[in-house]
Design a protein around this ligand. Structure first.
Ligand SMILES: [Zn+2]
Length: 372
């Protein structure tokens, strides 16, 4: 990310007008709230280096606005019952430190948070610069083309499989790319937004899978609870630890596809939904290249030959269902199908459904339907 000039300026203003001043204005303690940490470096987690959230709390722990209000009431002139009026400070001065003003080291969490936020604000300026025209197509409603269930791992991002994921990927992320833990969100994408594809993306080197394999020491109850739904088969006999790990990643994707296909079985059966399982292999453990998105499962079919056939069909039909798809394509496909069924009535099979997404642009051209 790049950092334009405006972001550091904003941060500088925020820093100059730090927690002390904000608190002092709210509570009328400008002269008494001088922080002990001011002028001296503060270490993260120590007085003066507390997180902003901590500073945003009042003496009784209430969130910022209410806390500031309470503080103001307590320090109101003539309020003989207030602690402040008796000379007691309601809060320790150390609570008024400037968390972003001083860092002993740029590697401290506060310094790193500030640095990353600067990049975030800078990167967002690029988005803002796109202007209304960029957002107009989806400003009122989203129309994603796929629901994605991916691992929350920071190394797994939609840009690996979709250069323009905006308004394209309805994405649900959790540790271990789990379906069962996120059925509400997934149903929203599949049944409410009607995405024709449910893409489940696992990845090599997945810590959630590693934990499910038994390396879960030190993990908290909430984390273990979220991993509990991961059901992995026992490791193959003779498999190295690395191979067992990769195979577990694959097994998990297959298990998630099975769960999803079962859950949406009506839609899968009617052809309205295709459930695809993939492994994003940024470690090249599957040998197809670093960063390869390897499709391993289609509607619970895992046989490599069948998956490969599906892949070839997919790759032979680029762009038909794309963002710039011909608006008349559905009508043209319908005519082709009607013509084909008239010509080959025996080919009518109730269990076979063909959608426009399965017919390529070249098919259209070959059938003389290339024009409008
Ligand atoms: Zn993961």
């Amino acid at each position: 990310m790049t950092v334009p000039v405006r972001a550091p300026l904003l941060l500088s203003l925020l820093l100059a007008f730090g927690c002390n001043q904000l608190k002092a204005l709210a509570g009328g303690e400008a002269d008494k709230a001088k922080p002990a940490a001011e002028g001296t470096p503060a270490k993260a987690g120590e007085h003066g280096g507390e997180p902003a959230a901590e500073h945003a709390r009042g003496a009784d722990g209430t969130p910022s606005a209410q806390g500031a209000e309470d503080q103001g009431k307590k320090s109101a002139p003539g309020d003989a019952t207030s602690k402040h009026a008796k000379g007691d400070k309601v809060e320790s001065p150390q609570r008024f430190g400037l968390p972003f003003a001083h860092e002993a080291s740029p590697s401290e969490p506060l310094a790193r948070a500030r640095g990353f936020l600067a990049e975030v604000l800078g990167a967002n300026e690029t988005q803002v610069a796109k202007g209304k025209g960029h957002f107009a197509p989806f400003i009122d409603a989203e129309a994603p083309r796929t629901t994605v269930v991916a691992c929350a791992d920071s190394r797994v991002q939609a840009s690996a499989w979709d250069q323009t994921p905006e308004n394209d990927d309805f994405t649900i992320r959790n540790i271990g790319n789990q379906v069962e833990n996120a059925l509400g969100s997934i149903e929203y994408g599949v049944q409410h937004l009607h995405t024709p594809l449910l893409l489940i993306v696992g990845h090599t080197g997945c810590s959630a899978i590693r934990a499910a394999l038994g390396k879960s020491a030190g993990l908290s109850e909430p984390i273990l609870g979220e991993l509990a739904a991961l059901k992995l088969p026992p490791a193959r006999k003779g498999a190295s630890a690395e191979a067992a790990m990769t195979e577990a990643v694959i097994a998990n994707v297959n298990a998630q596809v099975a769960t999803a296909t079962q859950h949406f079985s009506d839609l899968v059966h009617s052809g309205e939904l295709t459930v695809v399982g993939a492994v994003y292999d940024f470690r090249n453990e599957l040998g197809k290249g670093f960063g390869k998105l390897q499709l391993i499962n289609v509607n619970t079919n895992t046989d490599p030959t069948r998956v490969e056939s599906f892949l070839k069909a997919v790759q032979a039909s680029p762009g038909v269902a794309g963002k710039a798809a011909d608006p008349n394509v559905e009508e043209r496909v319908k005519k082709i199908l009607e013509r084909a069924q008239r010509a080959f009535p025996a080919a009518r099979r109730p269990d076979v459904t063909v959608s426009s997404a399965q017919i390529s642009a070249s098919d259209l051209a070959a059938h003389g339907q290339g024009g409008h």
